[in-house]
Design a protein around this ligand. Structure first.
Ligand SMILES: [Zn+2]
Length: 270
């Protein structure tokens, strides 16, 4: 799926500020894309429902001594900003991929722009409403998933376009709310041009682990691991555990990388 014209349009919106005209055209492009996806996927019945559904990328697939640290901001009511965690990454020069939900962006517009402007961080999409990624409304942890291919498109692509509009760079990767998927929904996300990113190290279990547990989890990392944790819960102990673990992982010889350094865009589904 070629989306060059959409991206070019978004860039021109940022550059010229001709928002009304450009966004009108953008809407038309969007509706056509959505109709195409619906035609292609309507009626397909999924048989998987998990964090490792077919098509989800859980590691970097390399024997290099590298780790991808991924930190999510979910956009729920209790969300905040773990400035200490982010400041530590900056101080230690640790690159990270940040999966950010649209609602978090709306609550933290200035911080979002600062993060996006920092080359240490790669901004990726964590959806519009933090919904599990389903074509038939599957639920997990009490969260209702998307109910149809059309809803999957809205949940994924609207935040992708929002981030592109704000940063001039369209996300390449997607992680759903809860990181749960069915395999048909994963195919839709691929068709939209994103790689679906899971994890191999459950770093903070939804920000519920204490500092010791977070440290212990991080230290299970292997070559090519993808760690998942959260930077939206400053009151929790994710940051404390991360600050203990990262120097130890560096001592072991690991280098931290962003997803886009290892998961090349040319390997994206087309
Ligand atoms: Zn989340």
């Amino acid at each position: 799926m070629k989306k060059t014209s959409t991206i070019a349009l978004l860039a021109s919106v940022c550059f010229f500020g001709m928002q009304a005209v450009e966004l009108l055209f953008e809407q038309e492009t969007y509706e056509k894309l959505k109709a195409k996806i619906v035609t292609q996927f309507e009626g397909k019945v999924p048989y998987e429902w998990s964090e490792t559904a077919t098509g989800v990328v859980s590691t970097l697939g390399t024997s290099d001594k590298v780790i991808a640290l991924t930190c999510d901001a979910c956009g729920s009511k209790t969300d905040g900003y773990d400035k200490e965690l982010i400041d530590f990454l900056i101080k230690e020069n640790v690159p990270a991929t940040l999966f950010i939900n649209a609602r978090w962006i709306d609550k933290n517009p200035t911080i979002f722009k600062e993060l996006a402007a920092n080359p240490l961080f790669e901004i990726e999409s964590h959806g519009m409403e933090h919904k599990p990624c389903s074509v038939n409304g599957n639920s997990i942890y009490g969260l209702q998933g998307t109910k149809s291919p059309a809803e999957v498109v809205d949940e994924v692509e609207k935040n992708g376009l929002k981030i592109a509009l704000l940063t001039g760079r369209k996300p390449k990767y997607y992680r759903s709310g809860t990181a749960f998927y069915d395999e048909v929904a994963v195919q839709i996300v691929s068709e939209l041009g994103y790689k679906v990113i899971g994890f191999s190290v459950l770093g903070d279990k939804g920000a519920t682990l204490n500092a010791n547990e977070v440290e212990k989890a991080f230290l299970t990392s292997e070559n090519g691991s993808i760690i998942i944790c959260h930077f939206n819960r400053p009151e929790k102990e994710t940051g404390a555990g991360l600050r203990r673990a990262i120097p130890k992982l560096k001592e072991k010889g690991f280098t931290f990388v962003k997803l886009e350094e290892y998961l090349s865009p040319t390997s994206l589904a087309t």
